[in-house]
Design a protein. Structure first.
Length: 162
């Protein structure tokens, strides 16, 4: 697969992940774990990272997120995790997702790019998860602006090279 295409996909998916990281770091502590708000800030972060991990998996069969996370996020009943995940736990999960995304993109061949996945081909699934991460990062920025009067800045491209 052409290196320029891999680089372009990584630059934009990586930028979405970087934007999400910025919203995690910018969230005040009193907003992070406030269980009275809907949606709960920490939960939006977790949901986004869970599906970043899930959509980067080779297959849904055998998928399992790293501890302490569970597969409850796939429950159609929409059950929330039993506790608020800490900022550090979710930043660790974010780094896990960033490394996984980089590895998938760097190793992608022309054949793999066209292989059928959950949401179309692998290439289409990468674009799908990019949109999902950016959607929720924007949602978190909206909450930050509403609650604190400021939000994180636009990220043009990934801070790290592929």
């Amino acid at each position: 697969m052409d290196a320029w295409l891999k680089e372009a996909v990584w630059n934009q998916l990586g930028a979405a992940i970087d934007t999400l990281e910025n919203t995690v770091r910018a969230c005040p502590e009193e907003l992070w774990g406030d269980r009275s708000r809907e949606p709960e800030y920490w939960y939006l972060v977790f949901h986004t990272l869970f599906f970043l991990d899930y959509y980067l998996a080779d297959s849904p069969d055998g998928f399992a997120p790293p501890a302490p996370f569970t597969l409850d996020e796939l429950d159609p009943a929409g059950v929330l995790p039993e506790r608020v995940y800490t900022r550090d736990e979710l930043l660790t999960y974010l780094e896990f997702g960033r490394r996984k995304a980089r590895a998938v993109i760097a190793g992608m061949t022309d054949e793999q790019a066209g292989e059928s996945r959950l949401e179309g081909s692998l290439l289409e699934q990468l674009l799908y998860v990019m949109r999902h991460v950016q959607h929720h990062a924007a949602q978190l920025n909206l909450i930050l602006r509403r609650e604190t009067g400021s939000a994180t800045r636009w990220v043009k491209k990934a801070k790290d090279d592929l």
